[in-house]
Design a protein around this ligand. Structure first.
Ligand SMILES: N[C@@H](CCC(=O)N[C@@H](CS)C(=O)NCC(=O)O)C(=O)O
Length: 292
């Protein structure tokens, strides 16, 4: 194994220097807001504050799926939170999510506004509110929730572990990359074995478990994450590939993936979404073409 720079941890850790990593400018060892910022509120009861990372996409895909199912009350405003610029530390955002991470949702439809943070919690909240995409009887409900919570526990090994050390850390540390590549491949194999015997993660039906897992592991299988498709031999996970292709073909997924997206083709960036027609008129290619 290649040598790593020698480091002896001090007795007490102190925050005294930038760590050089890609996200050094937004990482802090303390919680709370850094500045006052009132969040905008649009005309729909559901107000989403987010960015099209895999965690953000879960919620926009869910909302688009609910609308596709005919739940007109799932209409929503999606406001852009630029985490690279520290929007998640604004006072209004921290009031909704004390953990300062996207996605965060406000539901203004009842007598008291309801705040919901953590993407898994938002998926369950919306599924229960609209009675959709989460089975109501056992054992299907338990199976769906088990895979949903599997995702919440597993993705930090993929993102914060593998992705961080493979793509973002200032130095390539063989021990860390090896450790997390092994775990991510094990996770892909868990999914592959499940999907070899079942159409979807919960069983026969598409549910919030698929919506949660797809942006992370479907994205990895399709080569969108960390430039690591070849390194992880993702093409070997045939059942994950079949499942990812099936989900990718859903029109609501195609719409949900581009909401609050600020990178990639201009036609696949809808920075904010306030109306269903915005997909036809407000993607960045259209907005740029309109400029004098
Ligand atoms: N467990 C959380 C994770 C959310 C999360 O990590 N969000 C990231 C973007 S994918 C974020 O907002 N990062 C900003 C920061 O760490 O300051 C969830 O699923 O909602």
């Amino acid at each position: 194994m290649a040598d790593s720079p020698e480091y002896t941890p001090p007795k007490v850790w102190a925050w005294n220097k930038p760590n050089g990593g890609n996200f050094a400018s937004i990482n802090r060892p303390i919680a709370g807001s850094t500045h006052d910022k009132v969040l905008p509120v649009g005309r729909h009861p559901l107000q989403l504050y987010s960015l099209a990372t895999p965690n953000g996409q879960k919620v926009t895909i869910m909302l688009e799926e609910l609308l596709a199912l005919g739940h007109a009350d799932a209409e929503y405003d999606a406001w852009l939170i630029r985490i690279g610029e520290g929007d998640q530390f604004g006072s209004g955002f921290v009031e909704i999510n004390p953990n300062s991470k996207i996605p965060a949702l406000m539901d203004h439809s009842g007598p008291e506004p309801v705040r919901v943070f953590e993407s898994g919690s938002i998926l369950v909240y919306l599924a229960e509110k609209f009675g959709a995409l989460l089975p109501t009887t056992q054992p299907a409900r338990a199976e769906c929730l088990s895979w949903l919570f599997w995702q919440m526990g597993s993705a930090p090994y993929l993102g914060g572990g593998f992705g961080h050390f493979y793509a973002y850390a200032p130095t390539k540390i063989e021990y860390a990359i090896d450790r997390y590549a092994m775990e991510v491949k094990r996770q892909l194999d868990v999914l592959d074995r499940r999907l070899a015997e079942n159409e979807y993660l919960g069983g026969d039906d598409y549910t919030i478990a698929d919506i949660a897992v797809f942006p992370w592991y479907g994205g990895l299988a399709k080569g969108w994450q960390y430039g690591a498709a070849e390194f992880l031999s993702v093409q070997d996970y045939k059942h994950v590939q079949r499942w990812a292709d099936t989900i990718l073909a859903r029109p609501a997924v195609a719409r949900g993936r581009i909401v609050n997206r600020v990178s990639g083709n201009l036609s696949s960036q809808l920075h904010e979404r306030h109306d269903a027609d915005d997909f036809n008129t407000k993607t960045q290619d259209k907005l740029v073409a309109e400029q004098p």
